[in-house]
Design a protein. Structure first.
Length: 302
């Protein structure tokens, strides 16, 4: 989703992008990844690859979410370093923050507490990649090697065009869109919600993250090595369901499955560093959901 939103951004033609498909390059293969990067000699790499999914997918596939994402992060970042790529932007995740930390979550809280068990594998892999970038910066500085700087953006939860809309492996907003659309088509009068709907989440439109990435390309030397990217506000699960229902035009009732896992009760990132940098997202929640639903309908017709 992140990669596709980068490639359809208005500023994409200012740069020459290489974006190999899985068939062209297996990022879990260290030798192949190094050979590709060495051959093409990019000036900067945006690491947005990974095995991603919502809470149900994370719970069902913890080994894959841990190992695959560690392999991908390790291979891309180390290959970049060994090949002499001077700049790299690592896209991390707000799930790296401790489950019981006080919100909003600032960048200094990483590894300061227990992780949320439902997506711990994915979080550990993202922490690994983030620390690897930090260690490379430190080692490069101490050993006076070629000048590199590898930086990490920590986005809040994302939704938008090119998201996955399968309830079993999608993120929250995409899953809600799929559930409510299906309910409308089938004329169902009720929908299940995991938990009681009071847990709060911060979601940003993926196109806005792409805008932040393009601005970070221009401001690479200005941004901190570690920076949250978010909206600065969150909504309850109930509010997301109600907004999506309004956009789609479904009228029914919600049935709460309080025996189901909901993850952290709140996950709102601190955007102090982002504000100091001078960037803010421009897409409102209702506008983003409308755009995402339009993409969903187009995808179903294809």
């Amino acid at each position: 989703m992140v990669g596709q939103n980068i490639l359809e951004h208005a500023l994409v033609n200012k740069y020459q992008f290489l974006y190999p498909s899985r068939k062209e390059l297996d990022l879990t293969n260290a030798d192949a990844t190094y050979a590709y990067i060495k051959k093409n000699n990019p000036k900067i790499i945006i690491h947005a690859a990974g095995r991603v999914g919502g809470i149900q997918a994370n719970i069902s596939n913890p080994v894959d979410f841990l190992v695959t994402n560690i392999d991908i992060g390790r291979n891309i970042i180390l290959a970049s370093y060994k090949a002499g790529v001077p700049r790299l932007i690592n896209i991390a995740s707000s799930c790296m923050y401790p489950r019981n930390a006080i919100n909003p979550l600032n960048e200094n809280l990483i590894l300061k507490g227990e992780l949320e068990p439902s997506n711990e594998g994915y979080a550990l892999a993202k922490i690994f990649a983030t620390r690897l970038c930090e260690y490379i910066n430190l080692e490069n500085k101490l050993n006076s090697k070629f000048k590199v700087r590898y930086k990490t953006l920590i986005p809040c939860n994302l939704y938008g065009r090119y998201d996955k809309f399968n309830v079993k492996n999608s993120h929250l907003v995409a899953a809600i869109i799929d559930k409510i659309h299906r309910a409308k088509v089938r004329r169902s009068k009720k929908i299940d919600i995991w938990g009681d709907g009071t847990a709060r989440r911060e979601f940003m439109y993926a196109g806005d993250l792409a805008s932040a990435i393009f601005q970070s390309l221009n401001d690479f030397n200005k941004i901190p090595d570690l920076i949250n990217i978010g909206t600065g506000y969150d909504y309850s699960i109930n509010e997301y369901y109600n907004i999506v229902a309004k956009v789609i035009g479904w009228k029914g009732r919600f049935v709460y499955k309080t025996n189901k896992p909901v993850g952290m009760m709140q996950k709102l990132v601190d955007i102090t560093r982002q504000r100091q940098w001078g960037w803010m997202p421009s897409t409102s929640l209702i506008s983003g959901i409308k755009k995402t639903y339009e993409f969903y309908l187009q995808k179903k017709k294809a």
